[in-house]
Design a protein around this ligand. Structure first.
Ligand code: SAH
Length: 214
């Protein structure tokens, strides 16, 4: 059973305050994160630390992103209600739920079948209805393109060209990608059909983006 106790709600509020202090100040993002019980996405043994600002294990060697990272990336994405958003790396489904709370039309791809299946049933149980796809995020989702926003939640060794191609004009992609040996957060803004502007932000840490499915 999914139970969001007063204690969980209290811990969540405290987490949001700490995210605000770290620079996640967008009220819509904070409200969305305040509406999604993060502990639902974790095994019950992690209940007590579900609202620590830490990445935590979700099985098959993967992690749910650190709340600060979710807040920061989501704020960079600046999602408007009704926008089509593609996420690469469904993982636990937490980020997808936050995007649903922002009113986006969410598509999310995961290469680990076990995680895809778990996220699918949990999100449905919570009343969210994103389109979840089991597949390789390097390919994107050609049949549903273009996307107003694309968020990649695993660290890429290169920026996948299919994802840039599937970005709408005036669209934005937020992606952790390697520059040399180090992972940085990048923002790609499509100015026009032919022009893309790239902004390199600070260093970050993510599980790797891997080719193919598992
Ligand atoms: N957004 C997730 C974070 C999960 S960690 C959450 O909120 O929980 C990143 C996820 O990306 C992992 O589940 C990993 O399996 C997945 N991943 C890695 N490479 C991928 C690829 N090429 N396509 C799709 N998913 C990928």
């Amino acid at each position: 059973m999914l139970l969001d106790s007063l204690q969980h709600k209290g811990l969540r509020q405290r987490l949001l305050q700490s995210l605000y202090g770290k620079g996640v100040t967008d009220e819509r993002v904070l409200t969305a994160m305040g509406s999604v019980p993060r502990h639902f996405f974790l095994e019950s043994g992690l209940d007590k630390i579900a609202y620590d600002d830490k990445a935590l294990p979700i099985g098959v060697g993967q992690t749910i992103s650190q709340p600060y990272t979710v807040g920061w990336q989501t704020q960079l994405l600046s999602v408007a209600p009704g926008e089509k958003v593609l996420e690469i790396g469904t993982g636990s489904g937490y980020q997808a739920a936050v995007l649903c709370e922002l009113g986006a039309e969410v598509y999310s791809i995961e290469r680990q079948n076990a995680l895809h299946g778990r996220a699918k049933s949990l999100l449905a149980q919570m009343g969210y209805h994103p389109t979840l796809v089991y597949g390789d995020g390097f390919e994107g989702l050609h049949e549903h393109a273009p996307f107003a926003k694309i968020i990649v939640t695993c660290g890429a060794d290169h920026v996948p060209q299919p994802l840039l191609n599937q970005l709408a004009v005036k669209g934005r992609m937020v992606i952790p990608a390697k520059s040399g040996k180090t992972l940085y957060m990048f923002v790609f803004d499509r100015i026009s059909k032919t022009e893309i502007r790239q902004t390199k932000l600070k260093e970050c840490s993510f599980v790797p983006m891997l080719q193919g499915v598992s």
